[in-house]
Design a protein around this ligand. Structure first.
Ligand code: GUN
Ligand code: ZN
Length: 434
């Protein structure tokens, strides 16, 4: 049966970085018609009601219906250690992250955290995520099984590390190649799932392992490849001491076959002009993780410079280096970081980054990230007056963007009234409420 979802509706006719806020299409009383899990039509609610009298109607009143949020960079295994105090990147990895990731050798623990993470993500309005797993193949199976059970479009891969990580959290070049290949064969293109080749970052891979994963990527160029790039200055110094012949951090990846148009590079804060231009020339994407970059003390991402250079940019929570599961909170942090660089972001740009921009970064913009005929029906329904503090500000608004911005800056999971996944309302589950 066709479903007709009614409310305020936002969709994209263009890119607000190129065209300004007019790139958004807004209906104050709009509707989204869903058939067979896909969007069949979007437009004025009244005309859709008349044209589709047998559709089942869900009326959200003045709530905002948007494409679901997309998280381009998250570590689901770090769910349990989010908000761990007082360290910078390398110490944070050694003190908190690696001991926790060790626990994913146990498939039951991996399944428990995968379910908990996905239910938290959905409760925060995130309908697609691109996650790192751990070195354990079980952690990948757990994630994809849990995503499949929820009908999600999701991307993930086994994190590969064969040095500078503790015993029990290292594989080898050959095992990284073999395991990644087996997992890719099992999961890539199964339903709504995609496998992503995932060398953690240059310091935790030998040249041999980077080379092996570069070779696997060359065999499967349609897969994404995700890794970290230039997050902290100490990390960059470490990379250059480990790879003496490299021109810069990005060059390490390029020399090992790990730079390409389907690459998604996390953080990318301290880039040289050469690195920025080379990423743009290759058509690569970057994941901006602002709550992480402030929480771990990494630095201020250059959104204006990178978008001007033509790079595709998406938003990432980077849970648990990031301090939130919420893409609303991530938009707020992106705004604050841009303010510190004196290059303010318009609410239209923030919302676009959270939906269409992130879909483009993950090369899935033909499937999700917008409300348009033919797209998969992944929706988030947002209450623009979810708390008294937000409500008292948004009622003064004189236009849509002014009404939306308090929710971007102050909203959290309380703003998420409902989430639709593949044309079905997603249930709120106990593990997200526990
Ligand atoms: N660099 C390498 N691994 C990680 C990680 O797990 N989180 C963050 N923020 N940076 C990393
Ligand atoms: Zn990360």
């Amino acid at each position: 049966m066709a479903e007709l979802v009614i409310g305020q509706v936002i969709s994209w006719a263009g890119d607000p970085f190129a065209e300004g806020p007019g790139a958004a299409r807004l209906w104050s009383q709009g509707g989204v018609l869903i058939e067979g899990g896909h969007i069949a039509a979007v437009g004025a609610a009244d005309s859709l009601r008349v044209a589709h009298p047998t559709a089942r109607v869900t009326d959200y009143g003045s709530r905002l219906i948007s494409a679901g949020f997309i998280d381009t960079h998250v570590h689901y295994p770090q769910t349990g250690i989010i908000a761990s105090w007082g360290k910078r990147l390398i110490d944070w990895l050694n003190s908190y992250t690696f001991p926790e990731e060790m626990r994913f050798a146990d498939p039951a623990y991996a399944a428990e955290i995968a379910a908990r993470y996905l239910d938290l993500a959905l409760a925060h309005g995130t309908t697609t995520m691109c996650s790192y797993c751990t070195i354990h193949t079980e952690s990948v199976d757990a994630f994809f099984s849990a995503a499949e059970a929820r009908g999600l479009r999701a991307l993930a891969g086994k994190t590969c590390m064969d040095r500078n990580a503790p015993e029990g959290l290292r594989d080898t070049a050959q095992a990284a190649y073999d395991d990644s290949k087996r997992l890719l064969t099992r999961w890539h293109g199964r339903g709504r799932l995609s496998y992503v080749l995932t060398p953690r970052f240059a310091p935790t891979s030998t040249p041999g392992q980077l080379q092996a994963l570069g070779a696997l990527w060359a065999e499967h160029p349609d897969c994404l490849m995700q890794t970290h790039l230039s997050e902290q200055t100490d990390e960059i110094d470490w990379v250059l001491s480990l790879f003496e012949h490299a021109r810069d951090y990005l060059d390490v990846y390029e020399r090992h076959g790990l730079l390409g148009p389907n690459g998604v590079y996390g953080h990318a804060i301290h880039l040289t002009a050469r690195e920025r231009d080379r990423l743009a020339e290759m058509g690569a994407a970057v994941a901006h993780c602002p709550t992480s970059n402030t929480f771990i003390g990494s630095g201020l991402f250059d959104m204006a410079g990178l978008t001007r250079a033509g790079l595709r940019v998406g938003l990432g929570t980077d849970t648990g280096g990031g301090s939130s599961f919420s893409i609303l909170r991530t938009m707020a942090a992106a705004y604050e970081v841009a303010q510190l660089r004196h290059t303010p972001l318009h609410p239209a740009q923030l919302w676009w980054l959270a939906t269409q921009g992130s879909a483009r970064a993950l090369r899935i913009a033909d499937k999700v990230g917008n409300i348009a005929p033919g797209m998969e029906a992944d929706l988030v329904v947002i209450d623009l007056a979810s708390t008294p503090a937000i409500a008292q500000r948004s009622t003064r608004a004189t236009d849509f963007w002014e009404a939306l911005f308090p929710t971007i800056m102050m909203g959290d999971d309380r703003a998420v009234t409902a989430v639709w996944v593949g044309g079905q309302p997603a249930a709120r589950t106990a593990s997200a409420c526990a």
